[in-house]
Ligand binder design. Structure first.
Ligand code: UGA
Length: 448
């Protein structure tokens, strides 16, 4: 008999996982405490921007294979496997992860399960959580109902969430139960049939694989961004440097794009939570380098604001066009977005900031309502004293400098993502300043 799956938490991770499991042929019930979200998902409407996901959601809410509910009782009767996909945000005023939602979900589903089932954690959690949650689930379960437990971290990237879930590059399962691992082999049979590496391990390794991967990616970005600080001072080309070291297959070119740094709902909070967790374990100095990774990352935003101030003089009343505010392209997510942070800081210094993002304007407006959000690139740049390219959507990167030149007040552009062709922009009469590049223009202004 085909396994019935529930997915608890229907945010980015949960909604994607639920729709993709339905696509693989399972009957899936998505569970969330947010009634509005559940109603909209039940109608086949997705509250987030994620390529390919709306189609899957519509397809499977229509086929009936994918349903949504706020009822844990219903989920407890229905599911053979319960995936926990709720958030673990940074705790207010602290670096540690907030485990409230994970704990509450595990408790609720363990209490509600009326048949023997497997609970599988997917959320990113501090090491040691899975073992604790396994005991919690068993303590809370009804008599005679056997609850098995596993941890199966998720590595999906926003913007590629469907692809990453249907065709993952590896599957990691932590458990002390052979039965639990076998059930997950069955769930992921499709990926396994394509020889996807399947790593069965203990709880701690599985939890740590996830945070280690994100910490490594964050470190790689800050590594190249630290070199940006050097090339901005001494000269040199940060892109060529990244290309050249990236050709060493031990290093690799990916995640060496210098710019205003990393943001989003994962990398920043995960490196902070990891430091907090190892400190709790008495290893105060072990992950201290991640503090530097965080600092380098945040300094890139300071540099962007500094360049803007230097280029336009006093920011008061200056018209600045911000192109892109999502934390990365192909996403409407503005959580800890470097671009939005820079835009807000320019506004707070008195600039008149016009923002255009192909998908994230609405989310950004909820966070910073006072910026001027516009519906097109051409509106954003009209009469601008400075254009700031902050998120590298292909629609924005491919803009024609000659066209843009016709509408701005001053041909000045800041390339915060190292994606523009200097020669082309300079030929069209623009002053262009990029992070990671020494700028004669900046040096000139700073001399006076
Ligand atoms: C990240 C990981 O890449 C996923 O594997 C992981 O599953 C996910 O977090 C998670 O923990 O849920 P995501 O947050 O979607 O995925 O974004 P990334 O593609 O990793 O980009 C993160 C940030 O780094 C973005 O702000 C991006 O602009 C920035 N970045 C990326 C750079 O500044 N330079 C680069 O070279 C690459």
């Amino acid at each position: 008999m085909t396994l019935k799956l529930t997915v608890i938490g229907t945010g980015y991770l949960g909604a994607t996982h639920a729709a993709c499991m339905a696509e693989l042929g399972y009957e899936v019930l998505g569970v969330d405490v947010d009634k509005e979200k559940i109603d909209s998902l039940s109608r086949g409407e997705l509250p987030i921007h994620e390529p390919g996901l709306p189609e899957l959601l519509r397809k499977h809410t229509q086929s009936g294979r994918l349903r949504f509910t706020t009822s844990f009782e219903e989920a407890g009767r229905f599911g053979d496997v319960h995936f926990i996909a709720v958030g673990t945000p940074q705790r207010a005023g602290e670096h540690a992860a907030d485990m409230t939602y994970v704990d509450a979900s595990v408790t609720a589903i363990a209490r509600a399960a009326t048949k023997s089932s497997l609970i599988v954690g997917k959320s990113t959690v501090p090491v040691g959580s899975a073992r604790r949650l396994k005991t919690l689930a068993r303590d809370e379960s009804q008599g005679g109902v056997a609850i098995d437990f596993a941890w199966n971290p998720e590595f999906l990237r926003e913007g590629f969430a469907v692809e990453d879930t249907l065709r993952p590059d590896r599957l990691v399962v932590g458990s002390d139960s052979v039965g639990a691992v076998d059930v997950l082999r069955e769930v992921y049979a499709d990926a396994l049939s394509r020889d996807t590496p399947f790593i069965a391990t203990d709880f701690e390794t599985a939890e740590l694989v996830k945070v280690a991967a994100n910490a490594f990616l964050a470190t790689k970005i800050s590594f190249i961004n630290a070199f940006s600080e050097v090339t901005e001072t001494v000269g040199g080309d940060i892109r060529t440097l990244a290309d050249a070291i990236g050709l060493d297959s031990r290093i690799g070119r990916k995640f060496l794009n210098a710019g205003i740094g990393f943001g989003g709902g994962c990398l920043p909070k995960d490196i902070r939570a990891l430091q907090a967790r190892v400190s709790e374990l008495g290893l105060d100095t072990t992950m201290r380098f991640l503090n530097e990774v965080d600092e380098v990352n945040l300094r890139r935003r300071d540099r962007a604001v500094f360049v803007a101030e230097t280029l336009v003089g006093n920011l008061e009343g200056k018209r600045i066009a911000v192109l892109g505010v999502a934390f990365k392209p192909n996403s409407d997510d503005v959580r800890d977005s470097p671009a939005l942070d820079v835009a807000a800081r320019l506004f707070n210094s008195g600039a008149d900031v016009s923002v255009y993002d192909p998908a994230a304007n609405a989310n950004a407006a909820r966070r910073y309502p006072r910026l001027n959000y516009v519906d097109s690139l051409s509106e954003a740049v009209r009469d601008a004293d400075l254009v700031m390219m902050l998120t590298e959507w292909s629609e924005l990167v491919s803009v024609d400098p000659d066209e843009l030149a016709k509408t701005v007040a001053h041909r000045r552009i800041f390339d915060g993502r190292n994606v523009l062709d200097h020669g082309r922009w300079t030929a069209a009469g623009w002053d262009i300043v990029s992070l990671g590049h020494k700028s004669e223009l900046l040096d000139e202004v700073l001399k006076h």
